[in-house]
Design a protein around this ligand. Sequence first.
Ligand SMILES: Cc1cc2nc3c(=O)[nH]c(=O)nc-3n(C[C@H](O)[C@H](O)[C@H](O)COP(=O)(O)O)c2cc1C
Length: 184
Amino acid sequence: MTPEELETLISARRSNLLIDASREVDSALVDRVVTSAQWAPNHKRTWPLRIAVITGNSRRTLGDTIADAMAIHGDDEMKVAKTRGKFMRSPVIIVVAAGEGTTQNETEENKYAVAAGVQNMLLMAESFSLAALWGSPAKGANDAITTLCSMESTDHVMGIIYLGWPTQSVAAPLRPNIKITRLT
Ligand SMILES: Cc1cc2nc3c(=O)[nH]c(=O)nc-3n(C[C@H](O)[C@H](O)[C@H](O)COP(=O)(O)O)c2cc1C
């Protein structure tokens, strides 16, 4: 791959939820997307990445689990109801969490490492022409998600990734220029 090809891949990646929910993604492709996350850097080799791949009816279970937690948390009823079916919008859902560190700083850096892993996954998805979107987990649903996904209760859910074949592309949001400090 040339640097230009890498730049093209990076800039072509979009958050895209215009996904064909009825079209399966080969599990070998999903595995390659997930594996790319483990190649991200992580401080002190803490290997903080935690992953759950959710397909089929378990997507609805995830929605119900999060919706129930949101209801307990006092979230708006409409939002709760919408959450129940929202993970059916793509054939594959990837829950990504970061393991707790032995110190507060390590826990924080574990999250950076996992975020870098998510970007690897999004770029890998883009390389397969798959659509993906990094969604935020609902507030107050961490424990419910980690329990469902057989993770540790101390794991921090970083995102819920929608993955599938696109029905449409989306326009790139304009990027502001980067403010760069150059010290020479
Ligand atoms: C930590 C994080 C959480 C995000 N959560 C959501 C979300 O809950 N819903 C959503 O539609 N997009 C979410 N996004 C995607 C952003 O909205 C998207 O990256 C941004 O609009 C820029 O578009 P682009 O990814 O196509 O460049 C999230 C992105 C990040 C990094």
